[in-house]
Design a protein around this ligand. Structure first.
Ligand SMILES: O=C(O)CCC(=O)C(=O)O
Ligand SMILES: [Fe+2]
Length: 371
């Protein structure tokens, strides 16, 4: 049913197009983008189509620049700690994105996590539907396009969202197909996150536990994304350009490709590096580091080839009741380095981020101090 409806919506007659009804039909199918592809659509429905020419995904320009890869040499990090900190400082400050290898998370855990994320999205519709909701407070939920009704076009992507901490998630809440490995992956990634916050603190010239003391690793969630093969990848987007609303994101991606970072005015591919995890600085870390670290825009292109699977871990304080106020870290400020941002509560930051939609300018602009 949904498939017929969306095939009709590809025709160019605006008189017969009721966007809200189309969105609602898609939402109520609870089958996600994968449901459309399984139903055999050959054209991208209008609700997913880019709205104007400049949003069209341009091909990356030839460049010699590549996203830094840092060898954490875990198990042995102490011997090379200064070198690793220097690498993290440069990457976080100049690019905002880097990959890490020898990070301590076993390859088996990475492989099983990706397979389980895919396994969830490929469950029979009837099973998956039980997890489909837009309820804000649900700890485990599956959906497509969290901003479906706010965005100017929908993304070619479905997502399973799981809040993993600070309160430990009851494993029974997780779908069986990904239960054990999600618990294990979450534990390992939290440990890696802790190490990264220590390195990032030192890269800022602070004591290793400074960012942890600000609860940067206190709350984390996992987003298992599924990007089905797309019949017309040039007319839509896997994920609209955005920067992340958290402190830090650790991303596990498969080998399909499509993730790009906006660096020095061009889109740069983030290639799949075997065994690596992709790390990026989020808006909140840019804010508290007073622009020492950069939270940069990134996006995911839709692709004829698929599915593409990725698992993003967001370190963020907005999933538990936090009364903290975040502003530029005092130790980083001086006469030459005055605060760039005003203080904000977690709630204010997230409600502003959510209200503006993915494709707008950075949420950070709103928190900049006027000079
Ligand atoms: O799927 C990806 O590679 C990136 C996803 C992403 O940017 C996000 O979850 O914020
Ligand atoms: Fe992101």
């Amino acid at each position: 049913m949904a498939a017929n409806l969306v095939e009709d919506s590809c025709t160019e007659n605006p008189a017969t197009y009721d966007r809200f009804q189309e969105l609602k039909a898609f939402d109520e199918s609870k089958a996600g983008v994968k449901g459309l592809v399984d139903a055999g659509i050959t054209k991208v429905p209008r609700i997913f189509r880019l709205q104007n020419k400049d949003q069209n995904p341009v091909k990356p320009i030839q460049t010699h620049f590549s996203i830094p890869v840092i060898d954490l040499g875990l198990g042995n990090i102490e011997r090379r700690r200064d070198e690793v900190i220097a690498g993290v400082q440069k990457a976080a400050g100049e690019v905002g994105f880097f990959q890490v290898v020898n990070h301590g998370v076993p390859q088996r855990v990475l492989d099983e996590m990706l397979a389980a994320a895919r396994g969830f999205h490929e469950l029979p519709d009837e099973v998956k539907k039980g997890y489909y909701t837009r309820e804000l407070l649900k700890k485990v939920k599956y959906g497509s396009n969290f901003d479906l009704y706010q965005s100017s076009y929908a993304n070619w992507r479905d997502t399973l969202f799981c809040v993993m901490g600070p309160e430990p998630l009851d494993p029974q809440e997780l779908p069986l197909v990904c239960r054990d490995i999600t618990m294990e992956y979450s534990k390992q990634i939290h440990k890696l996150g802790t190490t990264l916050f220590e390195l990032l603190s030192q890269a800022l010239g602070l004591k290793p536990d400074h960012l942890l003391g600000l609860d940067c690793a206190k709350g984390h969630c996992l987003l298992s994304h599924y990007y089905p093969a797309c019949p017309e990848p040039e007319v839509t987007m896997g994920t609209t350009k955005h920067s992340d609303p958290d402190f830090l994101t650790i991303l596990l991606q498969d080998n399909i490709g499509g993730l790009q970072v906006f660096h020095q005015n061009q889109w740069i591919d983030v290639p799949s590096v075997p065994g690596a995890l992709v790390i990026n600085i989020g808006d909140l870390l840019q804010l508290i580091s007073n622009d020492k670290f950069k939270s940069v825009e990134h996006r995911v292109l839709a692709n004829y080839v698929g599915p593409r699977v990725s698992v993003a871990c967001f370190f963020t304080p907005h999933l538990y009741p936090s009364t903290r106020i975040y502003g530029p870290i005092k130790e980083l400020l001086s006469e030459e380095n005055p605060p760039v941002y005003r203080d904000t509560s977690v709630q204010d930051f997230i409600s502003y981020y959510d209200s503006k939609g993915l494709d707008e300018k950075s949420a950070l602009t709103h928190f900049k101090l006027q000079r």
